[in-house]
Design a protein around this ligand. Structure first.
Ligand SMILES: [Fe+2]
Ligand SMILES: [Fe+2]
Length: 135
């Protein structure tokens, strides 16, 4: 069973963003499956880096689109992205002094964060982007 199953409640109606969110969910599930199968760190490490990098790129895309649409909630939204980035960085620092690990605990935390963030924060800017012709 995947860690996170995509459902329509995640959809913003902005294609570029929805497709990035789907990719995030897919990478997260791939990593979770690798962990559940007991794959070694050599296999999970690159997947974790891919997840972190894709998340960072996704945040940049979102912030650029919100800026282009002059979305009033951009500053608060950016703070939420920074909060997650910091939490993930702190997690890495705690575990094995910066060495990348992908514990189930981290993946569950990420799953919960992503679910709440999309439904609360990302969905809030959807109408503004759509109003500016971004679909
Ligand atoms: Fe997002
Ligand atoms: Fe976001």
């Amino acid at each position: 069973m995947p860690l996170l199953a995509w459902n329509d409640s995640f959809s913003l109606g902005v294609r570029a963003i929805d497709s990035q969110h789907m990719t995030l969910v897919a990478i997260l599930n791939e990593l979770y499956e690798a962990k559940m199968k007991g794959r070694p760190r050599e296999a999970t490490g690159p997947l974790l880096l891919k997840l972190v990098k894709y998340t960072r790129d996704h945040f940049s895309t979102e912030e650029a689109m919100m800026a282009a649409a002059k979305y009033s909630g951009l500053a608060a939204h950016r703070r939420e992205h920074e909060r997650l980035t910091k939490q993930v960085e702190e997690y890495f620092a705690r575990s094995n002094r910066g060495e990348c690990t992908a514990s189930i605990e981290l993946l569950r935390f990420f799953r919960n964060w992503l679910t709440n963030h999309i439904q609360q924060f990302d969905k809030a800017y959807g109408p503004c982007l759509i109003g500016h012709g971004m679909r």
